[in-house]
Design a protein around this ligand. Structure first.
Ligand code: URA
Length: 204
């Protein structure tokens, strides 16, 4: 393989970042994943949506949010009158972290080290897309975006501000809704869509 220096700071556009992240070995995840999953959507989107990491299907297809969590996200976007083409969707961590159970690849939450190692790619996307607002889905995204721990259940629906001044709306990750045992799935879902709706003024 051709050896190229990996430097998120040196890439000036999304294609350059995507080409480089594919070879990133700043953490061990890239060794085991099928491929890096970079962001997709509108290159000058006003709103960037950030998840945790690719899941099994995203890892295989090389696209973010194409599995069950992505379907729930699309349902919410549909209700809000948004579509993916208006947005830029990405993840805090670009390679799938999993544990093998038999033949099944079970999702493992990325650790701080992996999230930190991956942060320069996300920052590169933010520098390039220049969103007016960012939606953080879940704690991993919120922590990477805000460079510190965020209590998502306490702060959901709130706007927090990054050091570069871009506002970040924090809410639950769709996978948390899919796992929810609250017994009020519809209520949980409605509350989540209401959180997302707080970014409506920025979309478009
Ligand atoms: N969950 C995420 O956080 N991101 C994806 O792309 C898919 C599932």
């Amino acid at each position: 393989a051709k050896l190229v220096p990996i430097s998120p700071a040196a890439a000036h556009d999304l294609d350059g970042l995507a080409a480089q992240v594919a070879q990133c070995r700043a953490c061990p995840l890239g060794e085991h994943a099928t491929q890096a999953v970079f962001g997709c959507g509108r290159r000058d989107a006003h709103v960037m949506v950030v998840g945790e990491q690719p899941g099994d299907q995203e890892d295989l297809r090389g696209l973010p949010f194409v599995g069950p969590a992505g379907q729930l996200l699309d349902r919410a976007f549909g209700e809000l009158g948004w579509n993916r083409e208006q947005l830029y969707l990405t993840n805090a961590v670009k390679h799938f972290k999993f544990e093998l159970r038999g033949k099944r690849r079970m999702h493992k939450t990325p650790g701080q080290r992996e999230a930190l190692a991956c942060a320069p790619w996300l920052e590169g996307e933010i520098r390039t897309v220049k969103p007016r607002a960012i939606i953080a889905l879940g704690a991993t995204a919120a922590r990477s975006l805000l460079a510190g721990p965020v209590a998502v259940t306490a702060q959901r629906g709130q706007w927090l501000r990054r050091s570069d001044t871009v506002p970040v709306l924090v809410t639950l990750h769709p996978a948390a809704l899919l796992r929810s045992q609250s017994g009020d799935d519809e209520g949980e879902y409605r509350r989540w869509v209401a959180d997302l709706a707080r970014a409506a003024a920025y979309v478009g």
